[in-house]
Design a binder for this molecule. Structure first.
Ligand code: HEC
Ligand code: HEC
Ligand code: HEC
Ligand code: HEC
Length: 166
């Protein structure tokens, strides 16, 4: 292949990949960071009455304290009441946990746009099977209390043993 043609086709691929992703509005993502054993939620919820009342939870999920525009909001604005294995968009559409960025994107449009472009957040992998992997918003932000606090600080560097008594 002529080198010019090579660069033009490379350029075409590089330019069209994000465009293709944007068209589908669907991104290869790292797995949702749900607690081990909690999913499917329907294991419990299929047998539970839906209680839409805003209240302090006493029997389950007691460690979840909403601190995310909580005055105007309750759990079932984001979680789907009827099928707890899904999230819910404002318009009523239900989505999987692997697409939670769409939920966040409804209210954080600018950040969502930056995330899609790879400016906000982080992507890993290089065209692994033609795809890059995005971290979900919830990989970094707790959806119930999202204001950024470092979640897992890196461990300090291990200092070489300078004085091991020998
Ligand atoms: C702003 C939207 C939003 C609100 C409001 C919200 N959640 Fe969530 N919640 C999410 C998202 C998104 C996830 C998925 C996180 C992930 O993928 O790990 C989640 C995850 C969970 C989980 C799984 C937690 C775990 O340990 O893995 C539980 C349980 C839950 N929510 C319950 C609640 C309850 C109870 C409330 C109300 C007190 C609530 N949520 C309010 C968006 C929300
Ligand atoms: C071990 C059983 C169990 C599992 C698993 C479970 N839940 Fe719950 N959940 C409950 C119970 C019980 C309540 C009611 C708690 C109360 O009223 O104090 C509840 C309440 C909730 C509420 C508050 C609204 C309501 O219907 O009362 C949300 C939202 C919720 N769960 C979401 C989830 C999500 C999302 C998952 C999966 C990621 C999940 N739950 C997994 C038992 C469970
Ligand atoms: C219904 C609208 C709505 C949705 C959906 C929503 N947010 Fe928010 N978010 C807000 C509002 C309003 C605030 C500011 C008030 C507050 O911080 O409590 C906020 C605050 C935040 C902040 C803190 C901003 C700061 O100044 O540090 C982060 C981070 C955030 N949201 C991330 C998320 C993520 C991640 C999701 C998806 C799981 C999400 N939001 C879904 C409305 C929303
Ligand atoms: C790899 C981790 C990571 C991912 C993924 C991520 N964020 Fe953030 N986000 C951060 C950090 C760190 C900050 C605070 C520093 C800063 O402002 O850049 C932040 C700040 C924010 C803020 C407040 C500041 C602002 O610019 O408004 C919002 C809102 C927010 N993120 C929403 C989101 C949403 C929505 C998504 C998914 C579409 C997302 N984030 C994905 C790490 C992440």
């Amino acid at each position: 292949m002529n080198i010019g043609v090579f660069f033009i086709s490379l350029l075409t691929i590089v330019v069209s990949l994000p465009a293709m992703a944007a068209q589908r509005d669907e991104f290869p993502v790292a797995p949702p960071p749900l607690s081990v054993g909690i999913f499917p939620c329907s294991n419990c919820h299929a047998a539970l009455e839906v209680n839409t009342k805003k209240r302090e939870l006493k029997y389950q999920h007691t460690s979840i304290k909403l601190h995310h525009a909580e005055q105007e909001r309750w759990c079932l604005d984001c979680h789907n009441a009827r099928n707890r294995d899904k999230l819910k968009l404002v318009g009523g559409e239900t989505i999987n946990f692997t697409e939670s960025y769409r939920l966040c994107g409804q209210c954080h449009g600018n950040v969502y746009r930056d995330w899609k472009a790879g400016i906000h957040g982080k992507r890993i992998g290089y065209f692994k099977s033609g795809k890059r992997t995005y971290f979900l918003c919830v990989s970094c932000h707790n959806p119930h209390d999202p204001k950024f606090k470092p979640i897992k600080p890196e461990p300090p560097p291990i200092r070489p043993q300078l004085n091991d008594g020998k």
